[in-house]
Design a protein around this ligand. Structure first.
Ligand SMILES: [Zn+2]
Length: 176
């Protein structure tokens, strides 16, 4: 899978320039319903064990649930909203997540930052899910949010043109 294929597909996703390919590709796969949740595997007749969402241990694990309705995801979105000083992220679908930044009335720089942060959050939630499922590492909301902040800074600082931002500023999201 290369980035040109993503642009050529029917996805409405805008690639985020300051993110590495793996994060863009994950977001694209998510939007195209190609992330192997237990629900997706069952639809492909793969035998799966417990099909409950490992984040909440309650609902059936579908991509929509895991990244929007699940209380772990909702808490992560709340954490991001307050960190980035933006309105609450309410998402009912994966598409809502990836178009959220388009309706923000903020600077272009902040807009691109928020776009990328939402994509990193999806990537981190999926990693947390895999760590819980395959390595028995319990999911902690604050750890997921910390990882999003840290990875976000690393990539924004190194890859966003004229980022000019320090860790302290990133954490308080000022002057964006
Ligand atoms: Zn859940």
């Amino acid at each position: 899978m290369i980035e040109e294929d993503i642009q050529a597909s029917s996805s409405v996703l805008d690639l985020c320039k300051w993110l590495p390919a793996k994060v863009n590709i994950h977001a694209w796969r998510l939007e195209m319903d190609r992330v192997p949740t237990t629900d997706a595997l069952k639809r492909r007749n793969v035998i799966v064990g417990d099909s409950r969402c490992i984040l909440c241990n309650f609902e059936e694990e579908t991509a929509e649930h895991m990244f929007t309705a699940c209380y772990i995801a909702s808490n992560v979105w709340q954490g991001i909203s307050s960190w980035c000083k933006i309105p609450s992220i309410y998402a009912f679908s994966i598409k809502d997540l990836f178009s959220f930044h388009k309706n923000l009335r903020v600077s272009d720089k902040k807009n691109e930052a928020v776009q990328g942060i939402i994509m990193i959050a999806c990537w981190s939630l999926w990693r947390a899910r895999n760590n819980a499922k395959f390595s028995n590492i319990s999911v902690r909301i604050e750890n997921v949010v910390s990882e999003i902040k840290a990875m976000g800074f690393l990539w924004f600082f190194n890859r966003f043109k004229n980022a000019g931002i320090e860790w302290r500023e990133w954490c308080s999201f000022v002057d964006m």
